[in-house]
Design a protein around this ligand. Structure first.
Ligand code: GLU
Length: 309
């Protein structure tokens, strides 16, 4: 196996020289202010070695990567009954599609498209005041990442609250089908804030370790989820983690992954490593352009695709 330090340095160097960097998301105005030149990558191996390159220590807006962690919390609260309210199939549609919801009676295709993630957040919220539910989510991220400094970027949360009309529509639409328990504005409040959590590549790579380690989180010496649940969350990430680009990501990168419109991608190599890459420019399916390319080169160099070296 090649030396990972050299592989990461080479990838970071190649990414710095790429002129086609994708387009920074602008539908959340605050995200449009991020410098498209940023690129960071962090890998935590099964042995606990941490390797970073580029802007790996700089916090960015985790956006939809948060959905992996709220799913973990929601499954902890209600177990498999969650699947009565959310499906487990790839959507084949854009991340914020409304059309599919109508055809499928307000039950979102999977927990990683926006509609599905809003239902998942609704589960985490039920029985708690919104502040407490959000506090639980932030605490969970701090615990997993081993970083008490992790906070919500208030400016990003406000920016999305002010402009998130599509998500408001999705939540209200699902409420009409009885698939949202709480007042939609409360569920959305928590959802917008969880998406606005700011973390670095290093933080997220640490946070994802339980998915690479059969549900066990080595740094905290805690079992976060059962082995079976970790395997299933990874399966969902592989099939649904990149919206309508999930097939292409599996084809080129070959590992479970979850992207966010902030330009981050969390990648899991079961038994081997937890990876986070960040580059703000997105491709046509709303996934980090250079992040996907960097992961493709990394998994190829290390023989890490789950489909074979
Ligand atoms: N907060 C974003 C939204 O709901 C998340 C989308 C994403 O990261 O893909 O639109």
């Amino acid at each position: 196996m090649p030396e990972i330090v050299a592989v990461l340095a080479e990838i970071a160097d190649q990414m710095a020289r790429e002129s086609e960097r994708g387009r920074v998301a602008s539908y959340i105005p605050q995200l449009a202010r991020v410098d498209p030149k940023k690129f960071g990558i962090a890998v935590v191996t099964a042995e606990g070695a941490v390797h970073v390159a580029g802007d790996a220590e700089e916090p960015f807006s985790i956006q939809s990567i948060s959905k992996v962690f709220t799913l973990t919390l929601a499954l902890g609260r209600v177990g498999d009954t969650l699947w009565r309210r959310v499906g487990r199939e790839p959507s084949g549609n854009a991340f914020n599609s409304i059309a599919q919801l109508e055809r499928e009676n307000g039950v979102p295709r999977n927990p990683f498209i926006n509609a599905g993630a809003i239902v998942v957040t609704d589960v985490v919220l039920s029985g708690h005041p919104p502040k407490e539910a959000l506090g639980d989510i932030v605490q969970f991220m701090r615990f997993l990442a081993g970083n008490e400094e992790i906070v919500v970027d208030k400016a990003v949360a406000q920016s999305e609250t002010a402009t998130g009309y599509r998500n408001v529509a999705l939540a209200n639409y699902m409420k009409a089908f009885g698939n949202i328990e709480n007042p939609p504005e409360m569920t959305l409040g928590v959802y917008f804030h969880q998406c606005a959590i700011a973390m670095s590549c290093r933080d997220l790579a640490h946070a994802g370790r339980f998915l690479a380690e059969d549900g066990h989180h080595p740094a905290t010496r805690r079992r976060v989820v059962s082995r079976e649940r970790a395997r299933r969350i990874n399966a969902l990430m592989l099939m649904c983690g990149h919206y309508d680009g999930s097939g292409d990501f599996a084809f080129k990168v070959g590992i479970p992954g979850k992207s966010g419109v902030g330009g981050g991608i969390l990648g899991i190599v079961p038994g081997e490593a937890s990876i986070c890459v960040w580059s703000p420019g997105l491709n046509a399916t709303g996934n980090s352009h250079l992040g996907s390319l960097a992961l493709e080169r990394l998994t190829k160099a290390m023989g890490w695709s789950v489909f074979g070296a």
